[in-house]
Design a binder for this molecule. Sequence first.
Ligand code: FPP
Length: 245
Amino acid sequence: MSRLSQAKVPEHVAIIMDGNGRWAQGQGQARVYGHQSGAQRVRDVVEAAGNAGVKVLTLYAFSEENWRRPAEEVNALFSLLVSYLKQEIDQLHENKVRLRSIGFTDKLPPDCQEWLKLVEARTQNNDGLQLVLALSYSGRSDLVRAMQRMAAAVKEGLIAPEDIQEETVSNYLSTQGLPDPDLLIRTSGEQRLSNFLLWEMAYTEFYFTRVHWPEFSPEHLKEALREYADRDRRFGAVRMDKPVC
Ligand code: FPP
């Protein structure tokens, strides 16, 4: 593959890592086996994204709706997350990755919260890839919380209603300070947003692949980045190098 010019590399890639369960069932295995294999892909894809020049990688690891799954599966997912953090802390730090989490992480099991805090603290000054894990995340709930906080700030006289602009809303969300995603990848053939980064994805390019997450390799990521590089993003405007009429 020819190297993409840095100008065409998306600054922020968001991924809905879907299809772990179906992939495992297709192999005659339990769903948890799919999540274990999926966690391996996280390692590979984080490294590949950093190497490709992506600045921010946001992974939808657990949605608020995922709490409705059987306790056994939920527990397995959080223990996989803790194993990932324990095993990767040194490597992430060495690769200058900075970890951040978004979502209602106070609902996570205590050991998960502790490990997240530890890795976030250890990597906070790194200037490489920013890895954002969306955990107990819901785009709508994040917006509701932002609205509650803005309303409280208005009530306290800290801001006036007319001062609330798009930037203000962005600053009250858990993604505060991050650029909006340029590219969303969803694996496993499903084509929906599933409550992920609703505000932030207003102008995001979508890339859907039938590949299930446990089989999504660095080569598949490169393919998505290549397709993104060929897209023509106009943000609602028209290209001025072509006649309008
Ligand atoms: C969706 O597949 C995937 C999830 C709900 C969890 C994603 C978690 C991981 C990839 C592993 C742990 C994460 C980290 C960051 C180490 P699904 O189970 O909904 O698949 P299905 O649609 O085929 O049932």
